[in-house]
Design a protein around this ligand. Structure first.
Ligand SMILES: Nc1ncnc2c1ncn2[C@@H]1O[C@H](COP(=O)(O)OP(=O)(O)OP(=O)(O)O)[C@@H](O)[C@H]1O
Length: 364
């Protein structure tokens, strides 16, 4: 089963500390949502409020259109899967997976049938009679997922479920988790501080910082069109070039920077078109620098720079560039694998105008 989730103006305080600050969020039924942010930003607090383990100090929660704010965890259509997913060591896998069904009074035959079908879903059908110690970390993780899904929650809440796995297994489990979520169609809300994990699995990512939502959207939108400097910086590498709006008229603006004036269409201002005099920061991803004259998109050239250092990354060179107009600034740019990259070499700082995002330098 599956259900939409609605969070309205949820705040959670612990004494004088605000862990969650007036958060509103609408999640569609069947979506895979990732709560992403640094340690302490309030992800687990929000997940615990959805699961009913914490009550919001203010605000309300609805699941499937039903008010849930003060409903205890066991009466909610949610299941929570924690990082420390503790399987029962003495129980066979089929009994571990069937445990929640037993608690709900489901008879043995139906329980075993369901447990086996969920073990099948996670690729462990032939291991139903094994015990947890006979499994690898990744397999135990899959059993925990089967156990959480076997009780047929409308919403599955996952708190860093892959946190204990090594990197290779983690990447593999991300793909599996996403495939399983698409098959069952349950709404998943998954907490992580790993932006690559968020991009690999989410339909939409909620970027959180200091108890607030900074950004919300599909991974490509958050990466390409971030709506806050925090979000731009948290989702991969970015160059921040400070500037000031000189003119803003008819949906376009000219921004003065130490690398020269840059004319931008209104679409580059993802948090709204600014006014003349506003402090604004240009955000440019390293892979968006390109050779001047390549392609047909309108290009802005922010002067010349010298390559001050480079490293070969297989798919590209990652270069440090010192702009001639501001040699103390360091710009990170990717150059093609095939490029002849040499220290001291001069390159143009050319970017497709549409790839630039300009955001208020200070955001409320
Ligand atoms: N019961 C509590 N009492 C006091 N402060 C709390 C309590 N629970 C959480 N906090 C504080 O609220 C803030 C948010 O905590 P939360 O666990 O939601 O963060 P998080 O984003 O999940 O971080 P992490 O990735 O480290 O788990 C933290 O500063 C934390 O110390």
């Amino acid at each position: 089963m599956t259900a939409p989730v609605s969070i309205e103006n949820a705040t959670k305080t612990f004494g004088s500390f605000t862990a969650l600050d007036n958060v509103s969020l609408d999640i569609n039924a069947g979506e895979f949502i990732v709560l992403l942010g640094p340690s302490g930003c309030g992800k687990t607090t929000l997940l615990s409020i959805l699961g009913g383990f914490l009550s919001p100090t203010k605000g309300r929660i609805a699941i499937g259109g039903k008010e849930m704010t003060n409903v205890p965890p066991a009466k909610r259509p949610t299941t929570t899967m924690f990082q420390d997913y503790a399987l029962f060591p003495h129980m066979k896998l089929k009994d571990n997976v069937g445990f929640g069904l037993r608690m709900r009074g489901v008879g043995k035959t139906e329980r075993e049938e369901r447990a086996k079908s969920f073990l099948d879903l996670v690729g462990l059908k032939t291991s139903a009679d094994k015990k947890p110690h006979e499994l690898s970390g990744g397999q135990r993780q899959r059993v925990a997922l089967a156990r959480a899904l076997a009780v047929d929650p409308d919403v599955l809440l996952l708190d860093e479920p892959l946190g204990a796995l090594d990197l290779k297994l983690r990447r593999q489990m991300q793909d599996e988790l996403k495939a399983i979520q698409k098959r069952v169609g349950t709404t998943f809300v998954h907490v992580t501080h790993d932006q690559e994990e968020a991009m690999a699995i989410a339909d939409r990512i909620v970027v959180m910082n200091q108890g607030k939502i900074e950004d919300f959207g599909p991974p490509s939108e958050i990466y390409m069109r971030p709506r806050s400097l925090f979000s731009a910086g948290f989702m991969g590498e970015v160059n921040f070039i400070p500037g000031k709006v000189m003119e803003a008229a008819s949906g376009r603006a000219v921004v003065e920077t130490r690398l020269g004036n840059v004319a931008l269409p209104g679409t580059c201002f993802t948090a709204g078109v600014p006014s003349a005099g506003d402090a604004t920061t240009l955000c440019i991803r390293p892979e968006h620098f390109r050779g001047a004259g390549e392609g047909d998109a309108p290009v802005t050239v922010m002067g010349q720079a010298t390559i001050s250092g480079s490293a070969f990354f297989g798919t590209h060179y990652r270069c440090h560039l010192a702009p001639m107009a501001a040699p103390d600034m360091s710009i990170v740019a990717h150059m093609p694998q095939s490029a002849a990259v040499a220290e001291g070499q001069a390159v143009a700082l050319a970017v497709n105008v549409g790839d630039i995002v300009a955001l208020p330098s200070k955001q409320a």
